[in-house]
Design a protein around this ligand. Structure first.
Ligand code: LMR
Length: 328
């Protein structure tokens, strides 16, 4: 009994969410960096695993590794090409090394809300992006939502000048680097799991992320407050290895795709609510969530405009127009 209890406790702390794969089952390791609960991606990954493990028992077994337990996002796609992991859901911001076209998602103030992001993703151009990394051995099987990005620092951020001279953590992305440089701030590319410590110890002064990530990672605890800027998005591409996916028996792949589509529809529809709940919990914890007036927001937009001029030509007018059309 003691050994079993100890093993269960160890698993609860460090193990995958599901670790009961049987001999003969095709094992799908799904690695991600966020919390298993309170984040739309974490919850979608868990639901996908639960459904596959029940409905495809004996054929396929999904093991979810949340919280950067297995890989950082900057390592996970390399690991996928080596066959060490079969599913990941990096934010689209982390895909620019594989295709610059993904930078369209990070043009500041491109999307009014996640519904607009969804419309773009479902458009022919958005769907084509899923297949744009196949020549690199990767296949996007769909998009999962998180939400709009908010900004915070160790001091109040109201006007873009308030960010000047501050160090901000960014995801590893050149376009996000340019965004903070346009504000006169100093961006630092850091892995997600390092952000809390970096904010706490002053390695960086501020950050940008969704309410669900700010709450579940406790970033708000070590910041002055949050400013509801809605200046960008964190959204995900669910990626697999093209070799692995295309090598699955057709009926197995079809069943996985059906479950995936249903889980995607269910959890994407909850993403906004999950972020709103996180925002409320931050307020309940006593932190201020600042609203911007239309004029203040326009000032942030104008300050970030140089990013469009610098990155637009590489992204391409047709892609930018398709994304803009989704917000119109
Ligand atoms: C980040 O690094 O801030 C995000 O991409 C984390 C995530 O997966 O939401």
């Amino acid at each position: 009994l003691t050994a079993a209890v100890a093993a269960a406790a160890l698993l609860a702390v460090s193990g995958p969410a599901f670790a009961s794969c049987e001999d003969g089952e095709t094992v799908i390791k799904f690695s991600h960096v966020v919390a298993a609960k309170g984040n739309p991606k974490g919850e979608a990954a868990t639901l996908f695993a639960e459904r596959v493990n029940k409905e495809m028992n004996g054929k396929v077994c999904v093991e979810v590794y949340p919280n950067s337990q297995l890989f950082d996002d900057n390592k996970v796609l390399e690991a996928m090409l080596l066959g060490d992991v079969q599913l990941a859901a990096p934010s689209v911001s982390k895909m620019e090394d594989y295709s610059l076209a993904f930078q369209v998602f990070d043009l500041p103030f491109m999307f009014d809300d996640i519904a607009a992001v969804d419309r773009f993703q479902q458009s022919p151009k958005g769907q084509a992006l899923l297949r744009s990394v196949e020549d690199k051995g990767l296949l996007g099987i769909g998009y999962w939502h998180n939400g709009m990005k908010q900004m915070s620092a160790k001091k109040p951020l109201v006007m873009p000048e308030d960010a000047k001279g501050l160090k901000f953590r960014i995801q590893p992305s050149d376009i996000l680097q340019a965004q903070f440089e346009a504000l006169g701030a100093s961006p630092q590319k850091l892995a997600f799991k390092e952000v809390y410590g970096a904010l706490q110890t002053g390695v960086v002064d501020g950050q940008e992320n969704t309410f669900s990530n700010i709450y579940t990672q406790k970033f708000f605890e070590v910041q002055d407050g949050i400013t509801e800027t809605n200046h960008g998005i964190i959204d995900y591409i669910v990626v697999t290895s093209a070799e692995f996916w295309n090598g699955l028996p057709g009926d197995v792949r079809t069943q996985l795709e059906t479950i995936f589509a249903e889980v995607t529809a269910e959890k994407n529809a909850q993403a906004l609510e999950i972020n709103n709940q996180a925002k409320q919990k931050i307020i309940d914890a006593g932190k201020q969530v600042r609203q911007l007036t239309a004029e203040q927001r326009a000032a942030w937009k104008a300050a970030m405009k140089p990013v469009w001029d610098k990155f637009g030509p590489n992204i391409g007018d047709d892609l930018i127009q398709a994304a803009q059309a989704a917000s119109a």
